[in-house]
Design a protein around this ligand. Structure first.
Ligand SMILES: [Fe+2]
Ligand SMILES: [Fe+2]
Length: 131
C-alpha cells in the first residue's frame, strides 16, 4: 500500500492511516459505541486494492471497494462487519452498498474528509510551485 499513490504525494497506506485516525477521533468525540476492531481494521484496509488507480479508468471509483474487501478477507480473514466497512466506503458512488453500521458510516465520512483534504493540499502545493 505504501508503494501506490492515493492523492497527490500521499501514498495509500498513509491515506488509510489518516482515515483510521479521523474515524477514531469522530467516534471518540461523538461518544459513539462502536466495534473498535471493525472500525480500525476496516479503515486501515478500506483501500487495500494494491494497484495504481491512476491508470485504472473511471470504473475504479466504484469497483475498488469490492477488490479491497476481497483482498482483506483473503489475507486477514476479517469478519462480515469489517467487510461491510470496506464494501460501503465509496457510498454514494457505489449506490447499492449503503453503510448500515456506525463503523461503516464513520469510515465512509472520514474517507471523504481525508480525500478532500489530500486533494486540496496537492492543489495548494501545485499552485505554490507554479508561481
Ligand atoms: Fe476508496
Ligand atoms: Fe480511501
Amino acid at each position: 500500500m505504501a508503494s501506490y499513490v492515493q492523492h497527490g504525494t500521499v501514498d495509500t497506506l498513509s491515506h488509510c492511516r489518516s482515515v483510521a485516525e479521523v474515524s477514531w477521533w469522530l467516534a471518540h468525540r461523538l461518544h459513539l459505541k462502536v466495534n473498535r476492531t471493525s472500525l480500525l481494521v476496516g479503515a486501515l484496509l478500506h483501500d487495500f486494492y494494491l494497484y495504481d488507480w491512476h491508470g485504472a479508468g473511471w470504473r475504479h471509483s466504484y469497483r475498488h471497494a469490492e477488490c479491497a474487501r476481497r483482498n482483506a478477507a483473503a489475507h486477514f480473514g476479517i469478519d462480515e462487519r469489517t467487510q461491510q466497512v470496506i464494501r460501503c466506503h465509496m457510498w454514494p458512488i457505489s449506490i447499492t452498498h449503503v453503510p448500515r453500521t456506525r463503523e461503516a458510516v464513520l469510515v465512509c465520512l472520514s474517507d471523504k474528509y481525508v480525500s478532500l483534504h489530500e486533494t486540496l493540499l496537492q492543489r495548494r502545493k501545485q499552485r505554490t510551485v507554479c508561481r
